[in-house]
Design a protein around this ligand. Sequence first.
Ligand code: PAF
Length: 294
Amino acid sequence: MPITVLSKVSETRMHLSARRQEKPRNVVLVPTMGALHEGHAQLIRQARELAGDEGTVVVSIFVNPTQFGPNEDLDRYPRSLDRDSEVCQDCGADLIFAPGSADMYAPDHSFDARETGLSMGLCGASRSGHFPGVCLVVLKLFNIVHPTHAVFGKKDYQQLAVIRRLVRDLNVPVEIVGGETVREEDGLAMSSRNANLTDAERRDAPGIQEALQAGRARWEKLPDIAPGLLIRLVRSRLEQISSGEIDYLELVDGETLHSVHGVIEKPVVMATAMFFSKARLIDNIEFGPKAQTG
Ligand code: PAF
């Protein structure tokens, strides 16, 4: 039987409420913007595990206009609902919620969901309306689906941290679960935006993760190294990616996302974003005492 795909908020609420009566177990939400790849597939499988046989896995597919700036790639963002439905079905999802913009936003919608700490740096510094748009749509999805758990990928480390903060600060009754970044064989983090790279850019792009790994390897050899030196090393590697341009490269505390200045004594994240001709790619690496480096 093909997977159920719903687009209206009211029918999705009714469907889930009936299902909850039948199967009053975990409801696990995987919010996505579609163009699903193996990274999403892993998140959906993780959601299936969390939900168990008796629970419900909901994948939302919505290219959310409020998180794109005026000169960003909203129009170019890849859309492929038929293929996405197959991925969801193969990975064991129960329901796809795929609204249109008009289903999600009234023409005169006037609410904002601004986080004023974690979202200010990194991607938030160069994309000022991005996180308010992400928080708004995620909060709306939580209110529509009422999940017990929601799974977000760690590739967007800052987004995961901001959503955890949203749930904490606004007392949203949902458990946030992080999913590991899935990579192509050459190390490039999977992203729907990789489809917008030219052939030459695609060949260059694995250099992003290679540069970050070089940074982590240097820290592993010299744990007392000054963060500025690490940044300089990684920056010079990234600058060798001739088809891309660095948006930012930062070394931040894994929890507060504040820049790290002294000796690295806590888990840190080195995060970067790079512009290519028609795509902006992000990636990160975690390291430091007690961080998983596998
Ligand atoms: O990570 C994404 O794909 C989006 O930011 C999200 C969480 C689905 C909100 O639109």
